[in-house]
Design a protein around this ligand. Structure first.
Ligand code: HEM
Length: 134
């Protein structure tokens, strides 16, 4: 889809195409509901309250897909692999993470194409976050 801005024809960002902030908030909120119940993942999260972690991840995804850059204004460069070093991300953690993400993504009910784009990125990113053989 396209729209006119300041006289130029611009492509909508992926962020806009899928429904903007609300969509990413719903996705990450549902994901963290799964994490909160997960016996492997929940203990990995250092804070008692998952709210701040939910906010960081939401803002990261919003920025990544072309929305506001609030994440980097608050947190600086993402350096995601480095930020995951304190946590043992092995195959089991990777699988559990993706399982909750799949549930959350299904509930968004995106178009097949948008779903596939997001899922491809998430699976690739999750694989790249593995930092422990098990
Ligand atoms: C593969 C399994 C993964 C596990 C087990 C995992 C676990 C964690 C944990 C325990 C934290 C700390 C929570 C916090 O205090 O923010 C965290 C932070 C974060 N994770 Fe992951 N993660 C995984 C994959 C990913 C992937 C694939 C992405 C991106 C697509 C991602 C993005 C983030 C972001 C943005 C933060 C906050 C970074 C910051 O401090 O600003 N994670 N993750």
């Amino acid at each position: 889809m396209t729209e006119i801005r300041r006289g130029t024809l611009q492509e909508q960002t992926f962020y806009e195409q899928v429904g903007g902030e609300e969509t990413f908030r719903r996705l990450v909120h549902r994901f963290y509901e799964g994490v909160a119940e997960d016996p492997l993942l929940r203990p990995m999260y250092p804070e008692e309250d998952l709210g701040p972690a939910e906010e960081r991840f939401t803002l990261f995804l919003i920025q990544y897909w072309g929305g506001p850059t609030t994440y980097s204004q608050n947190r600086g460069h993402p350096r995601l692999r480095m930020r995951h070093v304190p946590f043992k991300v092995d195959r089991a953690a990777h699988d559990a993470w993706l399982k909750h993400m799949r549930v959350a993504l299904d509930e968004l009910g995106l178009s097949e194409e948008h779903d596939a784009t997001l899922w491809k990125y998430l699976t690739y990113a999750a694989a790249s976050m593995i930092n422990s053989p098990g």
